[in-house]
Each structure stands twice: as structure tokens, then as C-alpha cells.
Design a protein around this ligand. Structure first.
Ligand code: PLP
Length: 374
């Protein structure tokens, strides 16, 4: 049987075996509810505290600043809605036009309730500049939310500068770091981030689990009312196995961060050099400062959807940069926001390489692209 090649690590990643092994005991034997006061609950409670401390250490936060959620979507919803509803005086939110829909649709939801939202436009290179924020922000701004790195084109944002502008106007700063965490170094103290969203399945952890970092003292409403879990801010019995798996995966990724980054950067160079040597004309979206391994390529006049399907027939999984989702063939809001010419936007694909990919995978990807595009 033909070996399948997975090159869509920005969509999800393979579960780390060490994380999987760490999860098993909490699914089978240690199934006690961590909120209970007896012996059966003691080990899960300890595991929960250890996972919280491990995650906090990975981003230089305090354990009590980490709140477990069901993933990136929930964390983003919480940051946007929970902070908007917390301040009756300062009601305005600023975000960017090329955020993930978890942020954009949360912003649309608060707009429908009468909370003003303004949208920053990125440069053609996919960057939200501090100057753009400076000219939009005012003293009525409660929250600025700009993603750490864009999920379609990979551009890493100038988070420290954006935080400084937000803070100089008394606003909070949230970042959707779902694509970045575990792949680039993030220190919330150094960057002065107030809130950060993360999702385990993007850093080789399990699906359906994530966290939000909320700086101590931040004015935000609880996400879910009910039991006293997560400091009474997000009720519901904790998913210990997934939380332990997430903490293990994040620690593993953070330990191997530079090693993994140089591996995927080398593959990235191999891929781009091979395309150039084959004289296949392309535009790489997102300029120089992108996430390791995330490559958005536009081929003028080509059809990104058709490339994806032909690659799939050859056993290679990539993504398209031109559709909002698998049924919508509109040019994506991200490519629209960077004002990519339509002829390029329609011919855009996203290849996202991960630590498990090999030089041989890249040879096959290039070979497939050559067959399709030449
Ligand atoms: N934010 C970004 C930037 C993402 O790429 C994604 C997932 O693709 C999400 C949020 C949503 O995360 P989850 O799948 O954990 O809900």
C-alpha cells in the first residue's frame, strides 16, 4: 500500500506517544473525580495541580493563571466575551481582520449586543503593526486581541510592541497563540501578555482540550457557571487524562523547540529550493517572519482546490489557503485581508510540515507539485 504523507500540521498534529502513555492511567484506573475529598480523588487532584504547574512553567506564568478549557475556540470565546462583559465603562474591542473565526465570530457576537469592535488590517506581508494599532486605539478600548501567528500564512506578530500600545491606553491584551505555542518560545512575562489561548492538538497533545492563561488580577467574567472547578471560572468535571496529556506534550515540545524548529526550517528550505530549481513560479505569502514549517504558496492562475484534491489522490494531505472551509470556495478572509491578487489567492495552498516529516516526504511533495503544475 502507498505510504500516505501528512503535511497539514497546522490543522492538527499527531498525538505524542509519551503524552498518550501519560494519559492511560487516568482513563482506566485513576478515574476518581478530582473535586472529591477522599483517597480515590487524591491522585487525580495531584495530577491536575502538576499539569497546571508544568504548563505555567512552559510560558513563565503562575499555576493559578492557567485555566483548562475544551480548546482554542473556547479560550478565544472566553477572552473576547468574558472581558467585554466585565467592564460597563470601557466597552470597545480591537482585533484584526485576519484572526481565526473563533475570535472573529466571538467579536461579531458581542457587536450584535452593542459592543463596538474595530478591525485592524494587516500589511501585505501579513503583519499587524503597532502604528496601525496606535492610530485606532482610544481610552474606551477595553481589549486588544491579535493572534500570535496566523494559521493560514504563518506570520508571527510583533506581540510585545502591540502589548505596549494596548497597555499605554489602559487596555488588556489577548493573543490567540493556538498555532504558535509549542513551536516558538512564548514568555508571557517578557511579552507582557494578559491573556493567551492555546489548544493541545496543535502541539502533539490530545484533541478537545486547551487552556487560557489569564494574568492574575485581570478583569474578566467566568466562562461557565456551576461547580467550583478552575477557581470558579470554568465549571465542569476536569478531563484529567487530556489535561495530563496536554501538559506532557507541551513540555516535550518546549524542550525540543529549537531542535524541531531547525528540522522543519531545513525541510522548508529544501521544498522552496526544489521548486525554484524546477522553475515552478510561486509566491510565498507572509514575508520572512513565519512559523517554522508553515508554508503558504500561491501559484498564479492555478486552482488551489484542484491542487489539494490531486495531491490527495497521490496520498499527500495538504490544505488550501483559498477556501474558508472544505465546502466554501470563496477566497479566504486571510488572503483578502493581505489583499492578495485574486489570480494568486485562488491558486493558494498551505503546506505545514511538522517534526515527524522527512526529506523524503518533501521530495514526494515537490514531485507531486511538479506533476500538477508543469
Ligand atoms: N485559533 C487558531 C489560530 C486556530 O488555528 C484554531 C484551529 O485551527 C483555533 C483557534 C481553534 O482551536 P480548536 O480547534 O482547539 O478549537
Amino acid at each position: 500500500m502507498k505510504q500516505l504523507i501528512y503535511a497539514d500540521n497546522a490543522a492538527t498534529t499527531q498525538l505524542n506517544k509519551v503524552a498518550f502513555d501519560a494519559m492511560v492511567p487516568w482513563l482506566l484506573d485513576e478515574y476518581g473525580n478530582a473535586s472529591q475529598p477522599y483517597a480515590f480523588a487524591r491522585k487525580p487532584k495531584k495530577a491536575l495541580a502538576e499539569a497546571r504547574a508544568t504548563i505555567a512553567e512552559c510560558i513563565n506564568a503562575l499555576p493559578e493563571e492557567i485555566f483548562f478549557t475544551s480548546g482554542g475556540t473556547e479560550s478565544d470565546n472566553w477572552a473576547i466575551k468574558g472581558s467585554a462583559f466585565a467592564d460597563a465603562e470601557k466597552r470597545a474591542t480591537i482585533t484584526s481582520a485576519f484572526e481565526h473565526h473563533a475570535v472573529l465570530h466571538s467579536c461579531e457576537a458581542i457587536e450584535r449586543l452593542g459592543y463596538p469592535v474595530a478591525y485592524l488590517m494587516p500589511t501585505a506581508d501579513g503583519v499587524i503593526t503597532a502604528d496601525a494599532l496606535g492610530s485606532m486605539i482610544s481610552n474606551t478600548t477595553h481589549l486588544v486581541s491579535v493572534m500570535f501567528a496566523n494559521n493560514e500564512i504563518g506570520t508571527i506578530q510583533p506581540i510585545k510592541e502591540l502589548c505596549d500600545v494596548a497597555h499605554s491606553h489602559g487596555a488588556l491584551f489577548h493573543t490567540d497563540a493556538v498555532q504558535a505555542i509549542g513551536h516558538v518560545k512564548i514568555d508571557v512575562q517578557e511579552l507582557r501578555i494578559d491573556m493567551l489561548s492555546a489548544s493541545a492538538h496543535k502541539f502533539n497533545g490530545p484533541k478537545g482540550i486547551g487552556f487560557i492563561y489569564i494574568r492574575k488580577g485581570t478583569n474578566i467574567l467566568p466562562y461557565a457557571d456551576g461547580g467550583a472547578q478552575e477557581h470558579k471560572h470554568r465549571a465542569g468535571t476536569e478531563n484529567i487524562a487530556s489535561i495530563v496529556g496536554m501538559a506532557t506534550a507541551l513540555k516535550d515540545n518546549c524542550t525540543a523547540l529549537s531542535e524541531n524548529a531547525s528540522h522543519v526550517r531545513a525541510l522548508e528550505r529544501q521544498l522552496l529550493d526544489a521548486l525554484r530549481n524546477l522553475r515552478i513560479p510561486f509566491v510565498r505569502n507572509g514575508g520572512d517572519n513565519t512559523l517554522p514549517g508553515l508554508i503558504s504558496l500561491s501559484f498564479r492562475g492555478a486552482d488551489g482546490e484542484a491542487i489539494l484534491h490531486r495531491m490527495d489522490l497521490m496520498g499527500i494531505s495538504i490544505s488550501t489557503g483559498s477556501a474558508c472551509d472544505s465546502v466554501n470556495t470563496e477566497v479566504s478572509h486571510v488572503l483578502k485581508a493581505i489583499q492578495l491578487e485574486e489570480k494568486l489567492a485562488k491558486g493558494t495552498i498551505r503546506i505545514s510540515l511538522g517534526s515527524k516529516n522527512t526529506e523524503k516526504d518533501v521530495d514526494c511533495i515537490v514531485g507531486a507539485l511538479a506533476k500538477i503544475l508543469r
